[in-house]
Design a protein around this ligand. Structure first.
Ligand code: AMP
Ligand code: MG
Length: 432
């Protein structure tokens, strides 16, 4: 092992043939450093959606820029309220959004004001129109109906000038685009999109459009992977189907490592195929682990590959060798790959949402591995979530993923679950 390819000893404490999921996640976290120097490029707002901010966005202005009214009503000097009983004021003008009332007001005067209009000079309080009785130019209302300063939005209360409005590492959402626009910002610095090459392995695989010979199956993993990669807004590089032999796999891995930051394959890591894949990985790079104590998804290779003639030479890429079974591909992507791709994209870490739910049925579970069953969760009238599995949980049953709306996460140490027991669920939050 050369010094140019540091190999953390994080695996040393565990059996690399059966790592607990939490340990595997920790190793992946350590290996998945952000790629490339930030900032990478400036894009216009419309192109910024789902991109990762490369730097903090500092607010160039106060939002709102001036004190303004939160209600339709009447603006006046709130000191008036100190005299208890009824307040009586004369309406001397109108302030509309975009048409301020700029003159000074006398002691017993007020201005008709609409939501968003600037608070006139000397005023600090707005009485909502439904609180007042109006007769001609006079309004009356009970002083006890409000306090001084009420119904006024303060300048800078949404975003203060000079303060970070959004932080580096933020994945830009719809609300953020609006927020940036509200600051008058037309462009932001975003990180380069991560390039992720992916391919399927298996002599039995056929592409959609081909006829199926007996014993063959259509390649579905490339589609689920493509979709999940698109959801993460990385740049997917589809390398197709690769035959189950060492030479083809080596060509595919080298090519993928040259063009991408991360390489994801599916199939060819379970018993039988495992040996030549593992041997190949060892000759092209470092293997961090090989099997996870997880179901579905037990065979899962993770490491780093190099494109050059020897490990440490040429381009490098992280490698995830996912299992072939379609459900296992999705589960391992969700719980092992996703976070690494986000971290390498420069995104701030955000844990998956976890909800407690009551299992309405007994579940078979073996202690010593984490299981990810497919569930349908529903919120009951009492506000609590219940969850039921989608039925057969074979790791090839892709329809179970389509029917489900969550993973039921059964922790490593846990044994069988009784009906009525609490379990943790992770809703499919937009990725699946
Ligand atoms: P493997 O891990 O290569 O032994 O594959 C395990 C199971 O998943 C086998 O039944 C394969 O036929 C199936 N499989 C592997 N790759 C794919 C794929 N890309 N699409 C659909 N099924 C697959
Ligand atoms: Mg295979």
């Amino acid at each position: 092992m050369t010094t140019s390819r540091p190999f953390p000893d994080c695996v040393a404490h565990y059996d690399p043939n059966a790592l607990p999921v939490s340990a595997a996640q920790e190793i992946v976290r350590q290996w998945a450093a952000p790629r490339g120097p930030a900032p990478a490029e400036r894009v216009s707002l419309f192109d910024a959606l789902d991109r990762v901010l490369a730097e903090d966005v500092i607010s160039p202005i106060d939002v709102p820029a001036h004190d303004n009214s939160a209600m339709d009503g009447y603006a006046f000097a709130g000191a008036k309220l100190e005299s208890a009983g009824e307040v009586e004021l004369t309406v001397i003008g109108t302030a509309l959004a975009g048409q301020p009332y700029a003159n000074a007001l006398g002691a017993a005067q007020c201005v008709r004001i609409m939501t968003g209009a600037l608070i006139p000079p000397g005023c600090d309080t707005v009485v909502p129109q439904e609180f007042v009785k109006r007769e001609g130019d006079a309004i009356r209302f009970a002083a006890s109906a409000l306090r001084q300063g009420q119904n006024r939005r303060l300048a800078g209360e949404d975003l203060a000038k000079g303060r970070p409005a959004l932080r580096a590492g933020r994945i830009v959402r719809a609300s953020d685009l609006g927020l940036l626009a509200s600051l008058g910002i037309a462009e932001v610095a975003v990180r380069r999109r991560l390039r992720v090459a992916f391919f399927s392995t298996g002599d039995e695989l056929r592409s959609v459009g081909e006829t199926l010979a007996p014993g063959c199956v259509y390649d579905s993993n490339r589609y689920t992977l493509y979709a999940m990669l698109r959801r993460l807004n990385v740049e997917p590089v589809d390398l197709g189907i690769v035959r189950d032999d060492r030479a083809s796999l080596e060509i595919a891995l080298r090519r993928a490592t040259e063009v991408a930051d991360v390489v994801i394959s599916s199939g060819g890591v379970s018993v039988g195929d495992a040996d030549f894949t593992r041997e190949l990985m060892n000759s092209l790079g470092d293997v961090a682990f090989w099997k996870i104590a997880m179901r579905p998804g037990r065979p899962l290779a993770f490491g780093r590959l190099w494109s050059g003639p020897r490990p440490g030479d040429g381009e490098s890429a992280l490698f995830f060798g996912l299992p072939g079974n379609p459900v296992a591909v999705m589960a391992t992507f969700y719980f092992i790959v996703r976070e690494a791709l986000l971290a390498m994209s420069g995104a701030a870490r955000e844990a998956l949402p976890v909800i407690e739910a009551v299992s309405t049925e007994p579940l078979k579970k073996r202690a010593g591995r984490t299981e990810f069953q497919r569930g349908v969760a529903r919120r009951g009238d009492d506000g609590r979530f219940t969850v039921v599995t989608t039925g057969p949980q074979g790791s090839g049953v892709l329809s179970s993923m389509s029917e489900a709306n969550c993973f039921i996460v059964l922790e490593h140490e846990r044994g069988d679950i009784d009906a009525g027991d609490e379990v943790r669920i992770v809703p499919f939050a937009g990725l699946i």
